[in-house]
Design a binder for this molecule. Structure first.
Ligand code: 13P
Length: 255
């Protein structure tokens, strides 16, 4: 049985005050129902500690919402101005880190070599990577989407050991669907998720069966249920809709 996961990627949004309001609204809504979905919020670095404290106060026994970061450094410590290490993330109770988001690949030139380093550092620190893959519009239009996604997986994840792979979460985020309001159809998502699972199985065998694969890209309350109904879709990585407490929680409830 694979885990069901809904993660909110807040990207570069919210002030600390706004983040605190959002977390309070979220916890109030989440406390109204029981769920077997792992709920994760990934605020900007500057907000992690405040959000961690709010969550700890709310959930002193069983956590219902977990904390994730949006990136980490590809070195452990030292003279890397502006970077944030996995140990720093751990010190604020981060359990997850998003790695290889298309915005980071595109605007900050992240490549497979540094993503592999980041994944290794995160795993060694006990932080679970949410590794993002996805094709651009022109790649889908030229029918290269499977090839592109397979390459993103092989270049990074094929370097892991089986035991490491069993801890990874993959997020399929077609670049053309991110922030555009244009969602992949549930058939397109399922087709790619099944393919991703096969690419993982080709190298790691049965481990592929336990790797959660999340869909991301204009996922919202109105389309989440349809997308999550597909057998290889294990949840969502949500951008815009994760900034509105009710929308995010409605997406969680879509399972
Ligand atoms: P949107 O949900 O805003 O399209 O963003 C998706 C995303 O990039 C999540 O990481």
């Amino acid at each position: 049985m694979r885990k069901k996961i809904v993660a909110g990627n807040w990207k570069m949004n919210t002030t600390i005050k706004e983040a605190e309001v959002l977390v309070k609204d979220l916890t109030a809504l989440v406390d109204e129902f029981d769920t077997d979905v792992d709920i994760i919020v990934c605020p900007p670095f500057t907000h992690l500690d405040s959000v961690a404290r709010l969550l700890a106060k709310q959930y002193d026994e069983k956590e219902k919402i977990y904390l994730g970061a949006q990136n980490c450094a590809d070195h452990t410590s030292g003279a890397y101005t502006g970077e944030v290490s996995v140990n720093m993330l751990k010190s604020v109770n981060c359990k997850y880190v998003i790695l290889g988001h298309s915005e980071r690949r595109e605007y900050y030139h992240e490549n497979s070599a540094s993503l592999y380093e980041k994944i290794e550092l995160a795993l060694n620190a006990g932080i679970i990577p949410i590794f993002c893959v996805g094709e651009k519009l022109e790649e889908r239009e030229s029918n290269r989407h499977f090839e592109v996604v397979a390459e993103q997986i092989k270049d990074v994840l094929y370097r892991l050991k089986g035991a490491e792979m069993s801890k990874i979460i993959i997020a399929y985020e077609p670049v053309w669907a991110i922030g555009t309001g244009k969602t992949a159809t549930s058939e397109q998502a399922e087709e790619m998720h099944a393919y991703i699972r096969k690419v993982v199985a080709d190298k790691f065998g049965d481990v592929a069966d336990i790797v959660p694969i999340l869909y991301g890209g204009s996922c919202k309350p109105s389309n989440a249920q349809e997308i999550f109904s597909k057998p290889n879709v294990d949840g969502g990585l949500i951008g815009g809709a994760s900034l509105v407490a009710k929308d995010f929680v409605d997406i969680v409830k879509s399972f």
